[in-house]
Design a protein around this ligand. Structure first.
Ligand SMILES: Nc1ncnc2c1ncn2[C@@H]1O[C@H](COP(=O)(O)OP(=O)(O)OP(=O)(O)O)[C@@H](O)[C@H]1O
Ligand SMILES: [Mg+2]
Length: 268
């Protein structure tokens, strides 16, 4: 039996509503086991608790009830073994590309020569050579996301926590970055893959990348279904396969009602 590298057991998270109101139950009784090296994507309507789930795993917040166990230990705070790439956890605008990527190792006390060397390797890996001294505002959206990816990888995390990392880039850039992300993860076969939790609104993207797609429902936020994606890897060659389209249809069927209800609630 393989041991779960990440386990959520009965995880509930409630927030006190602003201005009085009742509590918001962002997650309710979520159970999830993630195996080492698995690529999990998470989809669900706006407000179903996807970001909340990731921030609990990252250690930015604590569950109200239940447990989040990483390698068998409760997650109490952020740690270098869990790298994050969040859409709203943007780059430091006052640091260059190099400065942003070096920051994680710097914060851990890694010496200058070593962290420079590591940052250079990562810059090459994500294709940002020649842009080391640029500031985030001098980069395109796609380049910024490459930089954020390199920053996430800088401490060699065994778990990648990614919250809509490609939502802000155009479609062509997104496709290129999906392929690069898969390559970095080891889609073509690799000795040791990191474990990935990847939140997205793109159902095609969720299926293309994942070993399993977690479909969430809202009010209260919980797991509605988990869809196995038994497509061969590497996936780049699968983009237009009928098997992929069939799975996309299945995931969409699962979330359609939820999404329609979420929109109705937001507009009422
Ligand atoms: N810090 C907070 N304080 C109060 N309520 C919060 C807080 N964070 C999240 N919530 C509420 O918890 C619920 C889940 O939010 P969350 O951001 O996890 O959803 P999501 O699935 O990531 O949505 P989206 O797809 O729009 O990013 C929402 O109702 C949200 O308003
Ligand atoms: Mg979110």
């Amino acid at each position: 039996m393989t041991v779960a590298v990440l386990r959520l057991a009965g995880v509930t998270k409630t927030f006190r509503a602003p201005r009085g109101g009742g509590d918001v139950v962002a997650l309710s009784g979520v159970d999830l086991d993630v195996r080492e090296g698995e690529f999990l994507t998470v989809v669900g309507p706006s407000g179903c608790g996807k970001s909340t789930m990731l921030s609990l795993v990252a250690g930015f917040a604590q569950p109200t009830a239940g447990e989040v166990l990483f390698q068998g230990q409760p997650v109490l705070e952020p740690g270098p073994e869990r790298g994050v790439m969040f859409q709203d956890y943007a780059l430091f605008p006052w640091r260059t590309v190099m400065g942003n990527i070096e920051f994680g190792p710097y914060a851990l006390g890694v010496g200058k020569a070593e962290r420079r060397g590591r940052a250079r390797e990562l810059i090459q890996l994500v294709g940002l050579e020649g842009f080391e001294d640029r500031y985030p505002h001098e980069l395109s959206g796609g380049m910024r996301q490459r930089c954020a990816l390199a920053r996430m990888l800088a401490n060699n995390p065994t778990m990648w926590l990614m919250d809509e990392p490609l939502a802000a880039v155009d479609l062509q850039t997104r496709i290129i970055l999906q392929d690069e992300l898969l390559r970095l993860w080891g889609d073509g076969g690799s000795a040791k893959r990191s474990t990935v939790l990847f939140v997205t609104h793109g159902i095609d993207e969720a299926v293309l990348l994942a070993d399993r797609v977690v479909v969430m429902a809202r009010r209260p936020g919980r797991i509605k279904a988990i869809v196995d994606v038994n497509l061969p890897r590497p996936r780049a060659a699968q983009r237009s396969s009928p098997a992929l389209a069939e799975l996309v249809g299945r995931v969409w069927d699962l979330i359609r009602d939820e999404a329609v209800r979420a929109i109705a609630e937001e507009t009422n």
